[in-house]
Design a protein. Sequence first.
Length: 156
Amino acid sequence: MHVHTPIKVRYGETDMMGVVYHANYLLYFEDARIDFLNALDFSYAEQIEGAGYMSPIHALEIHYKAPLRYGEAGFVRTSVAQNLPMRTVYRQQVYRAADAAGTGDNGEPLLREGATPLVDALVTVCVVERDTFKPVSLKRTFPELLAKYAEVAEVE
């Protein structure tokens, strides 16, 4: 399963060269992860934060290949790369808007043939108790989310 989250690059998100400042991709990725959860009909604000938990980034591997520039439109393509009881690894890739190719028969967003990501990242998140920041198992706290991830994950 892939979810596409649109990006419109604003001037304040760029550096002196007019390209998206590298750290701003993390903000795009955060919005995209929320969109991914919403596509699974699982509200981060209501079901995770509302239950007294948070989901911080545990690890990040990111490769910058080409920039988005001020005024350009793009999107983040998000999927679950790996589903584990104590953490989730998302694959998050940034493409130019022109790389979107509509949707498939199953409603899955498609990419234009030959499209290559501008930015390619693996973002690992965990779930922690809000008050103690102690990591918790998805299997124990959110078994329904773990099961949904298992259905859509690229790798188990």
